[in-house]
Write a protein that binds this ligand. Structure first.
Ligand code: BEZ
Length: 211
């Protein structure tokens, strides 16, 4: 099933390194980052899982839970944990789904047969508190992802959900933001009484309202 932005993230039950979960119940009103790995005991995945473990508090600060997936068995996952802690200095501190029958991988279209018939690609789904898909990313097996970028996207999504703004290129929390074009200048003055910097009539900057 191809998932698109705004779709409801499908619910599923799965065995994980933290026990059996029902996805929507586990999320329980939080945001979530669901991301897949080609296989256990692989070098790029080992570095990624350690990095996500290191960033867990950063995700939690954004009301966001993290959950990984690999099509290997729970026994393999548990055997791999020691290597992740050993190599990265960060023990796995979030659930890793075991998906040997590829049920979840199929549900989320994480297997791209022309890349690999059996292994998942590096998929990422950012899912909001209402279980809507807000970002999808697909990386090849050979390229590790940048999880700081995912934190940046969550900051942008959560900010733009609250305020009538969009975030410019390379934006990060605290940088100026853009008033969305649908807001008239008259309304913009009401929403942002300290004024705005109109670089062009359609490009109006204001300080980050969350900073
Ligand atoms: C890795 O996770 O290290 C990896 C997996 C498949 C192909 C290349 C690298």
């Amino acid at each position: 099933m191809t998932l698109r932005l705004g779709d409801t993230a499908p619910d599923f039950e799965a065995e994980t390194t933290e026990g059996k979960i029902k996805f929507h119940e586990w999320k329980d009103g939080s945001w979530a980052v669901l991301f897949s790995h080609p296989a256990d005991f692989t070098p790029v995945c080992t570095t990624e899982l350690g990095r996500v473990a290191a960033l867990k508090d950063q995700f939690a600060h954004r009301n966001t839970k993290v959950i990984g997936l690999s099509v290997d068995s729970i026994e393999h996952h548990n055997g791999w944990k020691g290597d992740i802690a050993d190599v990265t200095g960060h023990a796995l501190n979030f659930p890793l789904i075991a998906d040997p029958d590829r049920a979840v991988a199929t549900l989320y279209d994480m297997i791209h047969p022309n890349a690999s018939a059996t292994a998942t690609v590096r998929s990422v789904f950012i899912i909001d508190a209402n279980n809507k898909v807000r970002l999808t990313l697909t990386y090849p097996a050979s390229t590790g992802r940048n999880f700081d970028e995912l934190l940046r996207v969550i900051d942008s999504l959560q900010l733009t959900d609250k305020h009538k703004v969009a975030t410019p290129v390379d934006w990060k929390h605290g940088d100026d933001v853009i008033i969305v074009p649908a807001v008239s200048d008259e309304d913009a003055h009401k929403l942002f009484p300290n004024g705005f910097d109109a670089k062009k009539p359609y490009l109006r900057l204001v300080p980050d309202p969350s900073a």
